[in-house]
Design a protein around this ligand. Structure first.
Ligand SMILES: Nc1nc2c(ncn2[C@@H]2O[C@H](COP(=O)(O)OP(=O)(O)O)[C@@H](O)[C@H]2O)c(=O)[nH]1
Ligand SMILES: [Mg+2]
Ligand SMILES: [Zn+2]
Length: 356
């Protein structure tokens, strides 16, 4: 038996359906990517779930971030009852990315067309405001709304204090505390999901993303990492990203924990995530104030007056340094590529010259 999906409940908006018209006229189907396994994809279509590959023209693009990602809306050609070829990726409303591991400055797409990123953080030893700020900066860079989910409230002795600290770095994003282990403990998250809404669970390994996913799905769908007391190493763990339709409408994307969350963001996204620092900076005497040594610095004055948390300032400064470093690397890379290109052109010209 074939399950049919109402694609609107998993987020096919009028805008998506309208953009798709062009492809529908060519006999293609609308699909949404649920899993990416190197060059194989799983997709939801109105005719059920299919496996797919992408046509060469899509993959020969050097910009990897243009390849189909989990959450992408795609135009596919059915080549069998459960097999399809992806012909096009529809324009993305949002794209949550990080910098790909390695030396090259390259964007790695994590999930496309997310409406709400749930930044999950444990209230046990995992609690880390600096990591929340890093995720928030990435969310701003991707144009995705975020909410902060503090999990394991059952093991937290000072919930009020933790909530207060999280609210102070959230920049207006909602902060909720939950106990993913208990069905009734996730009400605040349930209220954030609904038909047409795609949420993504982000956060380190072990914070309870899969436990939360299972509660929302109403079934033990995602493998939960059971921590062994002896060595606290997990047995089961989420190894790949997957988009899952929710029974109450909407979809969720569970992700494996990302050990290394490198920034793919610019100064503007950072300033959005640290809006109070950006606002203070407007009052510095020098427009290009680095807020480190300059006279008349409003940021340093706020720290001295106890109005700005020094740790938060340090966090901003560290992320600013990272962003600047990657920007310089990108420039170097671009210059090298340009040099290589001219070398090739000159070589071709010399050859031509000899021939004539
Ligand atoms: N005390 C407590 N433990 C939880 C809660 N939610 C999840 N856990 C435990 O945290 C561990 C990691 O959970 P998992 O869902 O696999 O985390 P993930 O790596 O983020 O997907 C497991 O042992 C869960 O049972 C909670 O609300 N309270
Ligand atoms: Mg998991
Ligand atoms: Zn300053």
């Amino acid at each position: 038996m074939q399950h049919c999906f109402d694609l609107t409940t998993i987020g096919a908006t009028d805008a998506i359906l309208e953009t798709f018209q062009l492809h529908a006229a060519r006999g293609l189907l609308l699909g949404r990517v649920s899993v990416v396994h190197s060059d194989r994809y799983r997709i939801y279509t109105a005719q059920g779930e299919m496996t797919a590959e992408a046509i060469g023209a899509l993959l020969y693009r050097t910009d990897r971030s243009a390849w189909p990602a989990v959450g992408d809306w795609v135009a596919v050609q059915a080549v069998g009852p459960k097999e399809a070829m992806i012909h096009a990726v529809l324009p993305r409303r949002t794209l949550f990315s990080r910098r790909a591991a390695g030396d090259r400055e390259q964007e790695q797409a994590i999930a496309a067309n997310i409406d709400l990123a749930l930044i999950v953080c444990g209230l046990d030893g995992d609690f880390n405001l600096r990591r929340i700020e890093r995720y928030l900066t990435l969310a701003h860079a991707s144009g995705v709304d975020a909410a902060i989910v503090l999990n394991k409230s059952d093991v937290c002795a000072d919930l009020g204090a933790r909530l207060g600290e999280a609210v102070r770095v959230a920049g207006g994003a909602p902060v909720v505390a939950v106990t993913a282990r208990a069905a009734e403990g996730i009400e605040p998250v349930r209220r954030l999901v609904g038909p047409g809404v795609t949420i993504a669970l982000l956060g380190s390994s072990g914070v309870g993303k899969s436990t939360l996913a299972n509660q929302l799905l109403g079934v033990e769908r995602q493998l939960v990492r059971e921590v062994r007391e002896s060595d606290s190493r997990g047995r089961h763990t989420t190894t790949y990203r997957e988009l899952l339709p929710l029974p109450q409408g909407g979809a969720l994307i569970d992700t494996p924990g990302m050990r290394e969350l490198q920034l793919w963001a610019d100064q503007d996204s950072l300033d959005s995530a640290f809006a109070e620092i950006a606002a203070l900076a407007a009052d510095c005497r020098f427009r290009d104030c680095s807020h480190v040594v300059e006279e008349g610095c409003a940021v340093r004055a706020a720290i001295d007056a106890g109005e700005l948390d020094a740790a938060r300032w340090e966090s901003y400064r560290k992320l600013r340094g990272e962003i600047a470093w990657h920007a310089r690397q990108t420039d170097v890379q671009a210059a090298q590529a340009q040099k290589k290109k001219w070398k090739a052109i000159h070589k071709a010209m010399r050859k031509d010259h000899k021939r004539s």
